[in-house]
Design a protein around this ligand. Structure first.
Ligand SMILES: [Ca+2]
Ligand SMILES: [Ca+2]
Length: 308
């Protein structure tokens, strides 16, 4: 993260409006796994740990064509969409140096499979299945790769599986921010990062100040009833980075009907939930009214903000 800041007027990201709920995987396994190096490990469970900075890497000869990683769901489910973070997302440098999957195949427990192509970009890629598949497992098989500059090994950092139900959480159709830190070698700080279910991606404000008074505005399709906000305060990547950047310690929620709620934002890296009196709203603006200074970066970040 750079400390030189450019203020952007606002950032807008419109997300898919089709209802879909993210499913938590129960377990993961892989055809092969690259052996540990020092403290770094590359096991299959890294595709379901909610962090892009950890990855599964195959341990087969060459580029590992035919290698696979498979997540098992808690129960048989009608799967509608799969989201894949291809390559090693530890940093942009690592992502460039290791292979990224290109042609992939999803295989399901009912014996069917579907082929997709991943573009060679360091972005999470969503693959909507033409028809939902009832399955207990989703396997991602690597059929070809985008070559890394240094390593022949192929990695996948995260796999998310979605069914077609609305779920209890109410994803925003758009999220705008009063300011945003520009992308750098560590990644981007866009508003979509607060609703991706990933602990170590975050929105960071881009003002010269400490972020007090900065806002995130969530717009919803329809007028859902909201009663909770699930948050990961600050940079959720690691305790070291959490301590390094600014965190929130209080916030005001302003709803589309003009009502407001003051919520506590706890000083923890762990997921937290604030509850408020239920109300229907087409939008909510979160204003960070209190900020705790980080040791290194004068940027306020939030890793997750999801309404229910
Ligand atoms: Ca991961
Ligand atoms: Ca995130």
């Amino acid at each position: 993260m750079k400390t030189s800041l450019t203020v952007l007027a606002c950032s807008v990201l419109t997300m898919a409006s089709a209802s879909a709920s993210r499913l938590d995987a129960a377990s993961a396994e892989a055809s092969t796994t690259y052996p540990p190096e020092g403290n770094e490990t590359y096991e299959a469970s890294h595709v379901m740990d909610g962090k892009v900075s950890t990855s599964w890497v195959e341990g087969a000869d060459g580029s590992g064509l035919g290698s696979w990683v498979r997540v098992t769901l808690p129960a048989e489910t009608s799967v509608q969409k799969v989201k894949v973070w291809g390559g090693m997302w530890n940093s942009h440098e690592y992502w460039t140096r290791a292979n990224r999957p290109k042609d992939i195949e999803f295989r399901f427990s009912d014996g069917t499979s579907q082929a997709f192509v991943m573009s060679d970009e360091m972005v999470a890629q969503e693959f909507a299945l033409p028809a939902a598949v009832t399955t207990t497992t989703v396997e991602v098989r690597v059929k070809s790769v985008h070559n890394g500059t240094t390593w022949l090994d192929t990695g996948i950092s995260e796999v998310q599986v979605f069914d077609a139900t609305a779920g209890t959480e109410k994803p925003a159709s758009a999220i705008t921010a009063s300011s945003m830190l520009p992308a750098d070698g560590d990644g981007n700080y866009e508003t979509a990062n607060v609703q991706d279910g990933i602990t170590d991606t975050m929105w960071c404000e881009g003002t010269d100040g400490d972020g007090t008074g900065e806002t995130l505005e969530f717009t919803f399709a329809g007028n859902p009833t909201l009663s909770k906000v699930h948050m990961i305060n600050g940079i959720g990547s690691s305790l070291r980075l959490w301590m390094a950047a600014n965190r929130g310690n209080a916030a005001t929620l302003t709803f589309s009907d003009g009502s407001t709620e003051t919520i506590q934002v706890k000083p923890t890296i762990m997921p937290q939930t604030a509850e408020f009196a239920p109300r229907a709203a087409s939008s909510v603006t979160m204003t960070l009214t209190g900020v705790t200074a980080g040791r290194e970066y004068n940027d306020l970040c939030m890793s997750e903000v999801r309404f229910e």
